[in-house]
Design a protein around this ligand. Structure first.
Ligand SMILES: Cc1cc2nc3c(=O)[nH]c(=O)nc-3n(C[C@H](O)[C@H](O)[C@H](O)COP(=O)(O)OP(=O)(O)OC[C@H]3O[C@@H](n4cnc5c(N)ncnc54)[C@H](O)[C@@H]3O)c2cc1C
Length: 344
């Protein structure tokens, strides 16, 4: 497997403006990751007059994309512009957005009244204490190890018919099939182009699947892939099969294996679970992103690898609202206890 390198790219280098300083006082919520999920969570929290800090390392999953598609009201907006707008909206209500990378996050000793505390450390040595955490670090895509493949990720090599499908309509498309789900992906792209070829890679379709592909006019090549050949002017020239034949293709699709980005989060003890069908893993969560670790919520691709930008933002909003609701209850419980102690 080749892990997609989440290094900042030209398109992800969002104009962050003047970076906020990390507060030294206790904050209500630290949001780890400032993509669509984290920023929408922070928006809900800051509008609820919660002190909230988003810590973001600036490498969103869709950084290679030129524009976001399928998101009403934002069709074609460059990811960096979308996130810059989101940061400004969070800051408008007093939320802080800090550029930094989380090195460690862990439960700390609770407050004397039993309220939870979390310690967050950044790779540059800065530190923060928060009452609650929202994990919104996204996911990492892993590609099959095929020479020449990874360099085309997010451009000639795409994964999602809703993100890039319209843009590659009618093109000669190649589907790199690594598992049964790849055949569904082939049929999805067949909806967008009549010229689709499936190239198997360590996977053999069963008879029924072959019949379904053939019925839709999808070609099947099972010789094995030697390498992806780049075009002279950039882009993809085609797929070189074992044996030497070059099958011309302008666009390739592949179903990645996905894993939540948990760098620095190990000490929290979050449960990582399989998502089935060989698709990878995610952080286990329930309603509104509640995890099995008290005081920790998760939203976006870290919790739901299938979520596009819209559902990721919605997940963050739901989690942010739920965290505020739980804090309201905790604050009220503490106030009642203090009142009783005073009266005693
Ligand atoms: C090539 C490509 C194109 C896509 N195009 C579309 C599209 O057109 N339309 C669409 O709806 N969806 C698209 N998607 C899907 C989209 O990228 C995701 O739905 C979305 O990014 C999920 O949002 P998120 O907030 O969960 O994660 P992300 O956007 O990945 O944000 C996570 C953030 O957390 C930060 N982070 C991670 N670890 C740490 C850490 N340890 N410390 C601090 N910060 C950290 C990262 O830097 C990142 O900024 C595309 C995906 C890909 C791969």
């Amino acid at each position: 497997m080749t892990s997609i390198d989440h290094a900042p790219t030209q398109s992800s280098a969002a104009p962050v403006g003047a970076d906020d300083a990390l507060p030294t006082d206790l904050v209500d919520v630290a949001v780890l990751g400032g993509g669509a999920a984290g920023l929408n969570g922070a928006l809900m929290l800051s509008r609820s007059r919660r002190s909230v800090v988003v810590i973001d390392s600036g490498t969103p999953r869709n950084a290679p994309a030129e524009g976001i598609h399928g998101l009403l009201g934002n069709e074609g907006t460059p990811p960096a512009e979308f996130l810059a707008r989101g940061r400004a909206e969070v800051r408008q209500y007093g939320g802080l957005v800090v550029t930094g990378e989380v090195a460690a996050a862990r439960a700390a000793a609770p407050a004397p009244d039993g309220d939870l505390r979390f310690a967050v450390e950044l790779t540059d040595g800065r530190a923060l204490t928060a009452r609650r955490l929202l994990i919104a670090t996204g996911l990492r895509d892993e590609l099959p190890d095929i020479p020449g493949l990874a360099q085309h990720w997010g451009h000639g090599l795409v994964h999602c018919p809703y993100c890039h499908g319209w843009e590659v309509r009618d093109e000669p498309i190649g589907v790199i099939a690594t598992r049964a789900a790849s055949l569904h992906q082939a049929l999805m792209f067949r909806q967008l182009s009549a010229d689709v070829t499936v190239f198997t890679h360590g996977f053999a379709p069963d008879e029924e699947s072959r019949g379904r592909l053939a019925a839709r006019g999808v070609a099947l090549r099972e010789e094995g892939i030697e390498e992806i050949v780049a075009a002279a002017g950039g882009g993809i020239a085609g797929v070189r099969l074992t044996g030497g034949e070059l099958v011309p293709r302008a666009v390739l699709t592949v179903a990645t294996v996905m894993a939540p980005r948990t760098d620095g989060l190990q000490e929290l003890g979050l449960t990582i679970e399989e998502i089935g069908g060989g698709m990878g893993t995610k952080i286990a969560s329930g309603f509104a992103g509640v995890t099995e670790v008290p005081g920790v919520w998760v939203a976006g691709n870290a919790a739901d690898p299938s979520a596009q930008v819209g559902p990721s933002a919605a997940g963050g909003a739901l989690a942010g609202g739920h965290i505020n609701g739980m804090l309201v209850m905790a604050d009220t419980d503490a106030a009642v206890a203090a009142r009783r102690a005073e009266a005693a």
